[in-house]
Design a protein around this ligand. Structure first.
Ligand SMILES: Nc1ncnc2c1ncn2[C@@H]1O[C@H](COP(=O)(O)OP(=O)(O)O)[C@@H](O)[C@H]1O
Ligand SMILES: [Mg+2]
Length: 256
């Protein structure tokens, strides 16, 4: 329950919308399996509109599995995953995507035989009422490198260009919740800086981002809230305001 405080009593309610906006993503008691392997054990993560939240952890801690579970890509799952107010735990992956979830997997999934622009145009636009996908022009404005490389084959793109393309592709669909798996991995510092600028821009436009990272330096200045995973469980959750106080704990959990 929201606690009333003096600050809130003083500030006028936003016109036409007196309720605080519901979370875009709300995960409660999530368990997930690959075959017989029980990987996630009661994961809890939430994100409101325009928030960037990061899921940190060592390799094998269950971060990618959390993103796959949201998409319905694990073998079995139990618990609750609400997306834009809808329970998705029983939905197939395409049903989850249609609610406005854009998933950028670790392996990026760029089609080698298609050009940059063909890759961009591949995913269908979503029938999400409160979101419209970006046009190619808007995307090329955000990623000028992709505009230059629009006719290049997927195989000819650098790692950084492929990563930008993988992100750009989900922006075209109209997704408002972005699940990004280790997007900074293996990329040159200048590209990582570009990606950080893009995340900030998307946040300012009201996108909600769940950023799975190993790269703490990349995630730290971007995130509104931090989640740390270990053995398929969230072992630490804190807001950005507590980051300095939590540095010691993080060092222990992440070896940063
Ligand atoms: N397809 C799979 N089948 C069985 N086990 C898997 C599969 N994918 C990942 N795992 C296991 O699930 C655990 C969590 O993996 P993952 O979510 O990929 O971790 P992270 O992304 O944090 O590195 C690891 O123990 C990993 O070995
Ligand atoms: Mg992973």
């Amino acid at each position: 329950m929201d606690r009333l405080n003096t600050e809130r009593l003083k500030s006028p309610a936003p016109s036409g919308n007196q309720e605080a906006p519901a979370d875009v993503l709300s995960i409660k008691g999530l368990h997930a399996w690959y075959g017989e392997s029980h990987i996630l054990h009661g994961v809890e993560v939430r994100a409101a509109r325009g928030e960037v939240v990061t899921l940190l952890g060592r390799n094998g801690s269950g971060r990618s599995t959390t993103l796959k579970s949201i998409m319905g890509l694990t073998d079995a799952r139990r618990g609750s995953i609400c997306v834009n107010g809808r329970e998705t735990i029983g939905m197939p992956p395409q049903g989850v995507a249609r609610l406005g979830v854009g998933y950028c997997p670790e392996e990026r999934g760029i089609f080698a035989g298609l050009s940059c622009e063909e890759n961009l145009l591949l995913p269908p636009r979503l029938p999400v009422s409160n979101a419209t996908g970006m046009s190619l022009e808007e995307i090329y404005e955000i990623f000028p490198n992709l505009a230059e490389r629009r006719a290049s084959q997927g195989t000819r793109l650098s790692g950084g260009e492929q990563q930008m393309l993988a992100i750009a592709r989900i922006l075209r669909t109209g997704a408002n919740l972005l699940l990004l798996d280790e997007i900074s991995e293996g990329l040159a510092p200048v590209i990582v800086q570009t990606l950080a600028r893009v995340i900030r821009l998307l946040k300012s436009r009201g996108f909600t981002v769940l950023l799975v990272e190993q790269n703490f330096r990349f995630a730290a200045p971007l995130a509104d809230r931090f989640y740390v995973m270990e053995h398929g469980q969230i072992v630490e959750t804190f807001d950005a305001s507590l980051l300095a106080a939590k540095t010691g704990v993080l060092q222990e959990l992440l070896n940063v």
